[in-house]
Design a binder for this molecule. Structure first.
Ligand code: TXA
Ligand code: MG
Length: 345
């Protein structure tokens, strides 16, 4: 039985001066939930200062209560209201990368309810650059907690239709707007320890971060599966995210080696996930971006996972992206979707 499930209003908004932005701001300010685009993926937002509103996010997504949310702010100056102490490194990062696809983890301010941080004393903060997101945050006038607007366990939504498919009947408002600029979730950096740690790669690359954080450590979890004791340190890593229904295996090697492997290991039900410019005369094929162009791969990857699901793919062989620049984020999401199954050809 569904109890108190909202009737979802879908609002078409394509410019930040649209009058309907005020409606979305009001819904959020008054304790409702709204799905809106950001430059990374679509987010499912609620007032971060209102514990009851934030609980609606967990219910709508089917998200475990011990996985903390990111708090979104309209301007970088608001960082000090969300976090407990000032940190020189955070100020440097905010000046360099905000507004933009970077999330910073710091000790939390008293006013942030524990439901947002899943009981942790730290909080993740981000100031998005998408003009619609920014206008909605301004209209709301409060910090907005927002995870990706997918149902827990399905790929993050990078187009409005993905949110309509996952969230209709579960949130108050869905803003139907443009596809997301980057297509992978924000880069997450923890500043809790003496040395900064990259927890999740994104469009802000390790190379770019190291200009400001020369001693940045990349969490081992970015490129390898963690054992149970290691997982306990990073709440978001416990869960199998970005998971299409198909069993994906990444094949690392050049195109001829890929073709040879697929030829000898597949039947008519097997799919390949490859690049647009790969010369592969196969019917069961879904593409994600161009080879050697990680930005285009990032933009397409999650939509490609949804296409594989829609086609009923059960076994998938995927071409491997590189792991430099934004490629590290693409590789990380693909590895997680594949349950870290990778074959070096
Ligand atoms: O690009 C993005 O970041 C998108 C858009 C909507 O802003 N949001 C997003 O949220 O990806 P979500 O909830 O899907 O991912 C947030 C990640 C999770 O892996 C979570 O565990 C981690 O950030 N996280 C949040 N707060 C944390 C904290 N205090 N300590 C460690 N990890 C944290
Ligand atoms: Mg997510």
């Amino acid at each position: 039985m569904k109890v108190n499930m909202p009737k979802t209003e879908i609002l078409d908004i394509f410019t930040p001066d649209d009058g309907k932005i005020e409606t979305v701001g009001q819904v959020l300010r008054n304790g409702g939930t709204a799905v809106f685009p950001t430059e990374t993926v679509y987010g499912l937002g609620a007032n971060a200062l209102d514990a009851a509103a934030v609980r609606k996010i967990f219910a709508a997504k089917g998200r475990p209560a011990d996985n903390p949310l990111i708090v979104h702010i309209a301007e970088k100056e608001s960082l000090s209201e969300i976090t407990a102490s000032s940190d020189e490194r955070a100020a440097l990062l905010a000046d360099a990368f905000w507004p933009g696809p970077l999330t910073i983890i710091l000790p939390k301010a008293e006013q942030i309810p524990l439901v947002v941080t899943a009981g942790l004393s730290s909080v993740a903060v981000r100031c998005p650059s998408d003009p619609i997101a920014n206008a909605i945050l301004r209209a709301a006038g409060v910090p907005i907690a927002a995870p990706s607007a997918n149902h827990s366990g399905s790929p993050s939504p990078t187009a409005a239709q993905h949110c309509i498919d996952d969230m209709t009947g579960r949130v108050d408002v869905i803003v139907r707007s443009h596809p997301c600029q980057f297509g992978v979730e924000s880069t997450v950096v923890s500043l809790l320890g003496a040395r900064p740690v990259l927890l999740r790669p994104g469009a802000v690359t390790p190379e770019a971060l190291r200009k400001y954080l020369p001693d940045l450590i990349i969490s081992e979890a970015v490129e390898k599966a963690l054992d149970e004791s290691e997982k306990a340190l990073s709440p978001g890593l416990k869960y199998k995210h970005y998971a299409p229904k198909a069993e994906i295996t990444i094949l690392r090697g050049n195109l001829p080696a890929f073709i040879e492997y697929v030829d000898t290991h597949s039947d008519e039900t097997t799919f390949v996930l490859c690049f647009e410019d790969d010369d592969l005369p196969l019917a069961n094929k879904v593409t994600y971006g161009k080879s050697g162009d990680p930005q285009s791969q990032a933009k397409r990857l999650f939509a490609a996972f949804r296409e594989l699901d829609a086609k009923g793919a059960r076994t998938v062989f995927a071409r491997s992206p590189g792991n430099q620049g934004v490629g590290l984020a693409v590789k990380n999401r693909l590895l997680r979707a594949a349950g870290f199954r990778e074959i070096v050809l």
